[in-house]
Write a protein that binds this ligand. Structure first.
Ligand code: XMP
Length: 327
């Protein structure tokens, strides 16, 4: 019979057998898949695993701390955090085109991650440890099916998540979630004692807030969007809507300004877009008919609390024709 306990036991045994005394690396993205995969491998081989988290500065409020503090506290995993915020901001400077942003973020991510891998391999060598020979990936069953079911190589859509195995670093893959669907992964994560915020995290794009700023990405704009997004998330959670809403991108129209009035002054600020959608698989989606009073509360709070935002608008487009994200 299928129980999370059985899945964990089976995978732990299989991973121990596969890895032996050697060492493994796992990239953490902040998402549920890589977190659960890492936690399983940690349970199996303990300190033979090193995790890497690239802080690209495009995460939402509190998410980096969830990985750095809560995930580490829950699993005891050894984590290498690379602060690459400056590097990503520099690389994105002056760029507004969505696909160009994606390319830059993906490219920089791989470079930083690869560099971290090289350092971990070198450190293990300097300590006289067993070689680092394995890479952990949070591949799920639907990814396996979509990519034709092969094993042993990285099957990741180019724009997705922690993908893009550097070709000159050869690793064997550990993919402990290959037989699982998303809801099963969440159950396993829960059983492993991972933080609630990670286990029930809604889908979030790899390029993060970088593709939720329509226009150039700057530190000020990221800070502003992070505040607005945190308010929306807080109110959606308080209203009990987290399960009903598949995800709710919060988008900053950085190149648009409109006239407003606040106190006795005229303002000329930016609009924030709320994009709550209901979906089964993100392939199609409908805009969520959410309660007016919740929308009203979010709007009031964002315009009061976030400087330079004087308007909140609701996206009422289904997918198709609109995509879920604005970029
Ligand atoms: P769209 O906007 O295409 O999004 O309707 C469908 C789903 O994919 C997510 N998404 C991404 N995920 N890297 C990712 O890892 C990306 O570049 C990316 N773009 C969109 C989006 O959040 C939604 O869940």
């Amino acid at each position: 019979t299928w129980t999370t306990g059985n899945v964990i036991e089976e995978q732990v045994a299989a991973i121990r057998e596969q890895v032996g005394a050697k060492r493994a690396i796992c990239g953490l993205s902040g998402g549920v898949d890589s977190a659960v995969a890492a936690a399983l491998v940690q349970k199996a081989i303990g300190s033979q695993l090193t995790c890497v988290y690239v802080d690209h500065g495009l995460m939402r409020k509190g998410e980096t701390e969830q990985v750095e503090k809560d995930f580490v506290a829950a699993t005891g995993v050894s984590l290498k955090v690379v602060d690459a915020q400056e590097r990503f901001l520099n690389a994105l400077s002056g760029v507004s085109d969505p696909e160009e942003k994606r390319k830059i973020i993906g490219r920089e991510f791989i470079r930083v991650f690869e560099q971290a891998q090289v350092e971990i391999i070198a450190e293990a060598g300097a300590h006289g440890d067993e070689p680092v020979q394995f890479l952990v990936q949070g591949t799920l069953y639907p990814d396996v099916v979509e990519s034709g079911g092969g094993t042993g190589t990285a099957n990741i859509k180019s724009h997705h998540n922690v993908g893009g195995l550097p070709e000159d670093l050869e690793f064997e893959l550990i993919e402990p979630l290959r037989k699982l669907f998303k809801d099963e992964v969440r159950m396993v994560g829960q059983e492993l004692g991972l933080p609630e915020e990670i286990v029930h995290r809604q889908p979030f794009p790899g390029p993060g807030l970088g593709i939720r700023i329509v226009g150039e990405v700057t530190r000020e704009r990221l800070d502003l969007l992070r505040e607005a997004d945190a308010i929306a998330r807080e109110e959606l959670t308080a209203a009990g809507l987290d399960r009903e809403i598949w995800q709710c991108p919060v988008v900053l129209l950085a190149d648009v300004r409109s006239v407003g009035v606040q106190g006795d002054g005229r303002t000329y600020g930016h609009p924030i877009v709320l994009r709550p959608v209901s979906s089964e698989d993100a392939m199609t989606a409908d805009w969520t008919r959410m309660p007016y009073d919740v929308l009203s509360k979010i709007s009031t709070r964002i315009t009061n609390e976030v400087a330079d935002v004087n308007r909140v608008v609701l996206d009422v487009t289904s997918k198709p024709p609109g995509t879920i994200e604005w970029e």
